[in-house]
Structure formats: C-alpha cells, structure tokens
Design a protein around this ligand. Structure first.
Ligand code: ADP
Ligand code: MG
Length: 671
C-alpha cells in the first residue's frame, strides 16, 4: 500500500540522515585524532634529532658561544664591573635555557665579533641581514625589530635630507655603512669603534652626525649630553636575527624552534620591560600571527561544520513535518476506511483495554468513541454474550482464531487476530452471519418443499382431467329421465364433491404460484380461506373448530407471497400446539393506520422461559425431524420486510395469540 511505502521511505530517509551525521562526526574525530598523533610523533622525532645534533656540536667543548660588540648599551655592553650584559645578553641566557645548552657570552669590537663568527670561533651574533653577510653566515628567524637613526647636535639645522652633505661617525663593520654607501654615496663616513666614541666626536664638532641603533643612541643621549638630539626619521627599520656560521647549518632548525618557544612565552617582552619599563615589542609577533591564522582557519572550519549540520537539521525538520502531515492524512483515511467496514472491529491492547473500535461496533454497543477508549473491552464484548476471557490466548503464541457466538436473534462469526508486533494485543472482528446460516438450512428445506410442491401441482393438474370427465358424465346421467330419486341424489352428491376437489386443486396450484416481490391489492379473507383449506385435513383429523372473523371485503395492498408465508407458519404452529376439539380463530380487521391480523389458538401455550427465544432461528421445542425452528424466524423477517410489527401473548395450558399489524400500503407501491 502507498501509505506503508511512505512510512518506509520516511524511516529510511531519517535513518540515512542520522547515519550521514554520525559518519561525519566519526570522520572528524578520526581526523582530529590523527592530527594529534602526527603532532606528537613529530615532536618526539624532533627531540631525538635535537639530542643527536647537539651531542655532535658539544663533543669538543660542552658549550656554545655568543660573541657580539662590547659597547652597544643597552643591547649589549661591558659595565663598570666588567660584566657583559644588556637586552640581547639576557635574551641569549633564556635561549640557552630553552636549548638546554650552556651559551657563553663574549664581548668583542664589532668587526672582530663578525670575523670570529665567520671563522666559527663563536656560534651566534645578532645582526641585520644583507647580501654581503648572507655569503658568510646563515640566519635564524627574526628575534626583534630595530630602527637605525642619526644623532645630531641640538642646535644644528641638519635634517634627514642633508645626509649627503654630512660628515657621519659610524661603527666599523656596521650594517649602516653598507646602507649609507648604497643610498647616500656623497656622505662622508668616519669609522669609529662604537657609538659612544662617535658621540664624543660629535660633541667635539669633528663630525656632523652619528649613526646608531635607536636604543643605543637614546642611551647615550640620556647618559652623555642633552646637547644631542635624534633625527626623528629613521634610516631604516629592519628585523634583527641571530647570525650563525655556515658550518652550523644543522643547528639552525633547533635554534629557530627555541626562538619560537621563547616568543610563545613572551620572554622578549619581559626583558624589554626590565630594561625600558615598557612593553612595546621590539620584535614583530610572527608566531602570534601564525596562531591567529590557525585560529581563524579552525574557526572557519567549525563554522562551516555547524552550518552544514544546521542546514541538514533544517531540511530534516522540514522532511519530518511533511511526512508527519502525510501520515496524519493517511491515518484519517485509514480511520475512515476502518469506520466504513460493515463488520464490527475492535482493537484491544495486551491487557484487554480498548485501543480502537470502528463506528459499526460503537453504534451497536451504544458507546461513545472517546469514552470507551482505554476501558476494558468487556463493555463491548458482553453485548455479544462473550468476554475478554474468551478472547485471551491460553498459550502465548496462539494463532489467530475463529468462533461462532449466538446472541438472541443473531449469530456472529468472531475472528481473533493476534497482533504480535510490539506486543500490541488483539484485533477482533465480528460478522453477522445469521442470514447466511438461515439461508443454508432454508435452502435444504425449500429445495425439499419445492420438489413436494411441484409434485403436488403436477398431480393436481393431472387430477383435473379425470375430474372433468366425471363431471361431464354426471351431467349426461342427469339427463337420463328414467333415473329414480336415489340415483339423482347420488349424482348431486358426486357433483358437489367433484366441485370441491376442483377447489382444492385450485388452492394448491395458487399457493405454489410464483408471485415475485410485487405489491398487489389482496383480499385478506380469501387468504385466510386458502390457508385453512390447505390445512383442512389436519384440522378435520383433530376436529378443530375454525372461526374466520374477517370482513369478506377487506382489501389492502401487500406482498401476497409474504403474507402467505406468515399465515402458513402461524396456522401450522397453532395446529401443532392444539389437541382434539380445540379452536382456531383467524381475525382480520382494518384499524386506523393499518391492518390487524390475529391468529388465536386454544393450544398448549408457550412457556415463559421460551418467550424470548421464540423468533430466534433454529429455536424449536419439537422433536427431531418435526421442527426446524425456522417458522417464526421467517414470520418475523417477513413482517419486518412488510414494515409491520408482531407480538405474542400466551398462557401455558390456555392458548396463544400472535398479533400482527401491517401498514395499509400505498397504491402502486413496490417492495
Ligand atoms: P418449529 O415449528 O419448527 O418448531 P417455529 O419457529 O415455527 O419452529 O416455532 C418455534 C417454537 O415456538 C415451536 O417449537 C413451539 O415450541 C413454539 N410455538 C410456536 N407457535 C406456537 C403456538 N401457537 N403455541 C405453542 N407454541 C408455539
Ligand atoms: Mg413451525
């Protein structure tokens, strides 16, 4: 059926969606797990390699060396007590901790520091990057940014645009020299050992300006003289890296990793705070950027995932709504079909409580749908003279069953279907099979009757011929003048009886005449007469007095065959009930709105306890072979067919009176 298909499809659709979502979830979890496993493996491999490389480098001496210029405060410088310190020296100490290797710091003149690094006598020196240096060194990731500036005398008018005309003191080997020569070729460079020395020359008026890194220049301005100022525009701002000798290339990834770790922990900012009391990063936060990017990507991926789930959820909800509506419509349709089935249907749960009942059974039981649901099914089943105990299976897995129940005038076939799925209980159907049963027996009876009737009619027809010959000959004999009085009397007697035999034959033939269902205008008194003459033999045998109390002109419209069935059965029952010399009265009269017919006998009467079963099919008190128990059932059915009513009054030992009231019947009406 279409509905069950829709239900199946909905189920399959929901299952499918659920499966896809679960698969997606499992897939994401697997990807995340693989990611973390890879990360962990990579970390372990890195640590292993790091140990091997470090061991190789530390085989000759168990420390590394940082060598840079001796006098570049506050980045690095030798203080009055001969301690080499500064921002970068602090940073190198932290790097040493991060690497897990001791790093000694050695102060040199700048040129010497660069030379020692190139020779591999030292391992690190912080510096700007340029093409020249790239030939001699390899570089780590940047550790901080540095601006290079010009310092001039306070009163001088020099600005950034005057560099080409200036005499400038600069540190030997400094990156700035390379930069000035390239960009301001006309500037006059005076080489000094460090910025401090340049400052002295400036104060003496031997140079116009000094080049230096911004923190170093401001350090000297603060320390040496307020007569020096910094030109605001920086020459350049570049990242500072750690330069390493080329032979140490295998150390580079290890050092870079350590620099990244220090960045993550914000160590440079802490050192900066110590030295300058500020927290502006000297270094571009490269690592942070990377994590922000990673965060944005993961956030985006998460958003997309949430979007997919939300969209799929919305479509799922929509589908569920549509399917729910379809199922509701289907349920209503099914209920309609359920209600229109002529059989009575009752559904009960495993405890015998009503789950559903169709319209037919509710109307029959006179119950309200809403009120009886949930109640014990006996409130309905008792109306059919059964109860839930007759329905419940004796064994758990009893198969479907069928049984017959009789309730008064009706016979029902009860079918019981076990609803095994979900332990849902039982479906009970009741079908009125009274007429089927009656028809079955009647068919047998009437086929017998038909044979007898046809035989009787055939015989009657055959007897007519000899009767007419007898009549003709009596007529001829009557013409004989010589016949004496006794002979004439005999002839009259013969004639009378031949006439009577003719009447009997007419009666039998009339009774078996097939009249169909048509309504005719009939005479009640004549019908009474016909029935009596049909039973004349028996009546005579029992010497029963018959009285017909009916106007010979009582005409009304009725189905004559139906009326004959009624009268035949009533009269034959009355004869059966009567003894010698009893009396039978057939009464017929027109009343206000119909015709009243009474069949009264002075027979044995009907016992009180039999009264309620009288019209039930197959109810008989007669011995086997004599009664079928169908007579009064036929009477009842025919009276109903004619839209009439029937009632019985009887007293045991005194007699019985059946009273029937039939409508007058309209002219030209058919049944
Ligand atoms: P049947 O005649 O085959 O027994 P019926 O349906 O005609 O079946 O009658 C049913 C029963 O009603 C009879 O067996 C009899 O006991 C009772 N009965 C019917 N009519 C009379 C009557 N007039 N007097 C007494 N009992 C009657
Ligand atoms: Mg009978």
């Amino acid at each position: 059926m279409d509905r069950s298909k829709t239900l199946e499809e909905t189920k399959a659709f929901l299952e499918n969606k659920k499966k896809i979502l679960m698969d997606l979830g499992v897939f994401i979890m697997i990807v995340v797990a693989i990611f973390f496993i890879c990360l962990d493996t990579k970390k372990k491999a890195f640590e292993r390699d790091k140990q091997i490389i470090l061991e190789k480098h530390l085989s000759e001496q168990d420390y590394l060396v940082y060598g840079a210029n001796i006098c570049a405060p506050p980045l690095r410088f030798l203080d009055e007590d001969g301690v080499y310190k500064g921002v970068v020296v602090d940073y190198i100490s932290l790097l040493s901790l991060e690497l897990g290797v001791e790093i000694k710091t050695e102060p040199y003149e700048w040129e010497e520091a660069l030379w020692k690094l190139k020779e591999g006598e030292t391992d690190f020196c912080d510096m700007f990057v340029n093409e020249e240096r790239a030939k001699d060194y390899i570089f780590t990731d940047p550790i901080y940014n540095l601006r290079t500036v010009l310092a001039v005398k306070e009163e001088s008018k020099f600005s950034f645009n005057d560099i080409n005309e200036m005499k400038i003191a600069t540190e030997k080997g400094d990156y700035a020299n390379y930069y000035i020569e390239k960009n301001f070729p006309e500037a006059d460079l005076i080489f000094v050992d460090n910025v401090g020395e340049g400052m002295d020359l400036l104060l003496l008026g031997q140079v116009d300006a000094v080049i230096g890194d911004e923190p170093i220049v401001s350090y000297y301005i603060g320390k040496k003289s307020a007569q020096i100022r910094m030109i605001n525009t920086a020459l350049y701002e570049e990242p500072v890296v750690l330069g390493m000798p080329r032979k140490n290339a295998d150390l580079l990834p290890i050092v870079n990793h350590a620099i990244r770790e220090l960045n993550k922990k914000g160590q440079l900012e802490k050192i900066q705070q110590k030295w300058f009391g500020i927290s502006t990063p000297l270094k571009d936060a490269n690592g942070a950027k990377k994590y922000i990017r990673l965060g944005i990507i993961s956030g985006g991926a998460l958003l997309i995932l949430v979007g997919i789930i939300a969209a799929s959820n919305r479509s799922l909800k929509k589908q569920v709504r549509i399917r729910t509506r379809e199922l509701e419509a289907s349920r209503n349709e099914l209920q309609l079909i359920f209600d229109s089935i002529p059989e009575y249907i009752l559904m009960v749960d495993q405890f015998g409580n009503i789950v559903n009942a169709n319209k037919g059974i509710l109307e029959y039981s006179g119950l309200d749908r809403g009120l009886c649901f949930g109640q014990c099914c006996d409130i309905i089943l008792n109306k059919f003279a059964i109860g839930y105990v007759d329905i419940v299976p004796v064994e758990k897995d009893t198969q479907d069953e069928k049984m017959l129940v009789k309730t008064g005038k009706r016979i029902y076939e009860v079918k019981i279907y076990r609803l095994t799925e979900f332990e849902r209980g039982t479906l009970i159907t009741l079908r009125d099979i009274t007429l089927d049963e009656v028809n079955k027996k009647q068919l047998l009876q009437s086929s017998k009757m038909l044979a007898v009737g046809q035989l009787a009619a055939g015989m009657a027809h055959q007897i007519r011929n000899p009767l007419s010959i007898i009549r003709m000959h009596t007529y001829m004999l009557r013409e004989n003048q010589n016949m004496d009085e006794t002979g004439k009397k005999s002839l009259r007697y013969i004639d009378e009886n031949v006439q009577k035999a003719g009447c009997i034959i007419d009666n039998v033939m009339n009774f078996w005449r097939v009249s169909g269902n048509q309504i005719e205008t009939i005479n009640l008194s004549k019908n009474f007469g016909d029935i009596i003459s049909l039973h004349e033999n028996l009546l005579k045998k029992k010497e029963i007095e018959v009285e017909i109390d009916c106007d010979s002109e009582l005409w009304f419209r009725c189905n004559e065959e139906a009326l004959k069935h009624i009268l035949v059965n009533l009269v034959s029952n009355a004869i059966d009930a009567m003894e010698h010399l009893d009396k039978l009265i057939l009464l017929g009269e027109k009343v206000e709105d119909g015709v009243l017919i009474q069949c009264i006998d002075t027979g044995c009467g009907i016992a009180e306890e039999n009264m309620e079963n009288l019209f039930n099919p197959f109810f008989t008190t007669k011995e086997l072979g004599k009664g079928t128990g169908l007579g009064l059932f036929v009477v009842y059915s025919e009276v109903e067919k004619l839209s009439g009513t029937i009632k019985v009054d009887s007293k045991i030992g005194e007699g019985t009176c059946f009273t029937i009231k039939l409508p007058l019947g309209e002219e030209n009406s058919d049944v």
